[in-house]
Design a protein around this ligand. Structure first.
Ligand SMILES: [Zn+2]
Length: 167
């Protein structure tokens, strides 16, 4: 059974009396433990709700504070004059790697980046931090982000993965 992109593994057990349980295994498999006589329809409904909860938890599961700390370290190293900001993974981004909200100093980045090499996501984070100073991609902006030596390579990597710069 596939629900919403998740592969569902169902384990029915005679020992289990009442409750149905769903657990996320890896990124896209859900293991369901259910009493022996539970109907497929019930499981489907239960799992659909569980998946909604799992999806909301994605940013936390992928290390939100770790992301904030890492981004602040990159700021201090490459763009120390950038202001304080918040950074989170967001499922709102579909095909783009990140987005910077200049006025509210919020950066969101695509959760798929968590699975890419660190030197790639570092480039994205630095790019978005630079937008806290320059909202456009002008000459000064480009000078700022070129402090990161692997910029061109990382950009190529993302293009190959089908991610464009911004929405
Ligand atoms: Zn940009």
């Amino acid at each position: 059974m596939i629900i919403d992109g998740f592969e569902i593994q169902i384990v029915r057990s005679k020992a289990r009396k009442k409750t149905v349980q769903a657990r996320l295994i890896g990124d896209n498999t859900v293991k369901v433990m259910a009493p022996y006589h539970t109907t497929d329809a019930f499981i489907k409904d239960f799992v659909t709700k569980a998946i909604k909860k799992f999806k909301n938890k994605v940013p936390v599961a992928k290390g939100e504070t770790d992301l904030q700390n890492r981004a602040e370290m990159l700021r201090d190293k490459y763009i120390p004059k950038a202001p304080n900001f918040t950074i989170t993974y967001s499922n709102r981004l579909k095909r783009s790697w990140g987005k910077c909200f200049f006025r509210t100093r919020e950066i969101i980045i695509n959760p798929v980046l968590a699975d890419f090499p660190r030197w790639v996501s570092d480039m994205v984070i630095i790019h978005e931090i630079a937008h806290l100073i320059y909202p456009n991609h002008g000459k000064q902006f480009r000078e700022l982000v070129s402090r990161y030596r692997l910029k061109e390579r990382a950009t190529g990597y993302l293009l190959a993965k089908g991610l464009k710069a911004e929405e």
